[in-house]
Design a protein around this ligand. Structure first.
Ligand SMILES: [Zn+2]
Length: 236
């Protein structure tokens, strides 16, 4: 069951009040998990960054949430928009726009705490990986025309990913720095960060320190490192 708790957001830029929800609990019906930690499980939007419906500026949901007040009349309030509601939603270059959105926020110092920087850098990381996350497979072609389209799409995606690889690596450097500084490290996640930076020696070294139950994910990770593969992959 999915349950929500109604909240009121106060835009820190223009003081517009907005009606929003806090996700209290949810049931995951099916989920797809990726090696970079992204999970496509159909959970309703739980983004920590909201965008004001009036001034279109982004803000942190946690900072803008007003204390609970039973007298709030939220009926007439509109909701905030999120990144996917911005005008470039349907543009061909929406993947690049999303990367730029997160990268600009980082450059502008939008994150004033380590946790927020980790959140933003994770979003940036996932956005770059999104370019190749669902790379079409040769085997899904049913005729020659489809095969040629898949070929074109694959090469376009890989070329675009190549353009962002330096940013991905630079971002991972900072993410690793913040992640280690924060403590409470998940060694498999840290291994993944080094693997995607193509630092397979370091990735292997960290994976060897892992002492938990060595399940399927561990096995896949080990194999990818051995193959010197640095791309995001599907866990299950
Ligand atoms: Zn505003």
């Amino acid at each position: 069951m999915t349950t929500f708790h109604s909240i009121v957001l106060d835009c820190p830029h223009c003081s517009t009040l907005m009606n929003d929800y806090e996700l209290m609990s949810y049931t995951v019906h099916s989920s797809t998990s990726w090696s970079d930690g992204k999970c496509d499980n159909g959970v309703p939007d739980n983004n920590q960054i909201k965008i004001c419906a009036v001034c279109h500026l982004p803000f942190w949901k946690a900072n803008a949430t007003l204390p609970d007040n039973p007298d709030w009349d939220t009926e007439g309030l509109g909701g905030p928009i999120n990144i996917h509601d911005l005008p470039w939603r349907f543009d061909d270059n929406r993947q690049e726009m999303q990367i730029k959105f997160y990268n600009d926020l980082i450059d502008d110092g939008f994150a004033d705490e380590d946790d927020k920087e980790i959140y933003l850098r994770t979003k940036l990381w996932w956005s770059i990986n999104d370019i190749i996350r669902n790379l079409s497979k040769w085997t899904s072609a049913r005729n020659l025309r489809q095969l040629s389209e898949i070929k074109k799409h694959r090469s376009k995606s890989l070329k675009l990913f190549g353009k962002y690889k330096p940013l991905l690596e630079k971002n991972l450097d900072r993410l690793i720095f913040n992640y280690i500084k924060k403590g409470d490290i998940d060694l498999i996640s840290l291994t993944e960060m080094y693997r995607e930076k193509s630092n397979f020696t370091k990735a292997q070294e960290i994976l060897l320190q892992f002492e938990g139950e060595k399940g399927k994910v561990y096995g896949k990770m080990k194999r990818k490192i051995r193959q010197k593969s640095s791309k995001v992959f599907l866990l299950d």
